[in-house]
Design a protein around this ligand. Sequence first.
Ligand code: SF4
Length: 286
Amino acid sequence: MNIYQKKVLSLIKNNKKTYCLIAPSFPIDFKYPNIINALKKLGFSKVTELTFGARMTNYYYIKYIKENPNQKYYITSPCPTVNTLIKNRYPKLEKYLLKYDSPLIATAKIIKKHNPNYKIVFISPCKAKRILETDNNNIVDETITFKELQEIFDYKKIDINKLNKKRKFNSYIREYTKIYPISGGLSKTSKISKLFKKNEILITEGIKENIEILDKINNNKTNYRFIDILNCKGGCIGGPDIINNKISNKKKANIIKKYRKISSRESIKTIMGKKKLALNINFKTK
Ligand code: SF4
């Protein structure tokens, strides 16, 4: 067990109220609904996805673009690696970054507001989320990766394959944003094509490709205006801490889409509106 795994186990042991947030790429590594059962067996009181937070991220991106229609470029990314790359290597472009919370932080803020006594643990497909995002705030208490979670299941002898009882996530769900971890998921779910011409939208992923386009923007050498950018090939489904990383990104994307279909069919009747859930929460970042 590493320090983060130990911290999560002690947090569960010492707190009756714990909320687990799992990244939307989870179906690549963990069966649904087995994962909800396994996390509850581990001791979490509540388990949910980031889908409602993704809705809020989209909502504020679109609102910002509509209110600032003449901005030259709009760079959007829930990826902390991309945000850090832009801040460090392209300071001139920082003004084009849309500064709103990622689906993770947006969801965590909503949960903290409605469940102030709960400790929050995030399960992530990459360590960058921990190093660059959650370690620097006091909203998410601990973060571990998919690989680290599986090691905890092994250590605690929790066999997820045997835990197939039907169970639903605890609220905060919007089905349509479940494709967010696939490259282009942000653009698709926010219906960005209604605001820009096709040739103004660029969906990009991968370090080399991202540097190429950021160089062009930096030198005013592109006609793209809306840039949806993620660090990993394929998007977060290509995250380095995904266990089943040998599967092709196409197959991974299909797993996510299939999961969205199945989970939608099982209809979660706990969807609540933006006004009820997110009233008076500030989703703006610095
Ligand atoms: S998995 Fe990759 S694209 Fe997703 S947040 Fe982590 S580094 Fe960024």
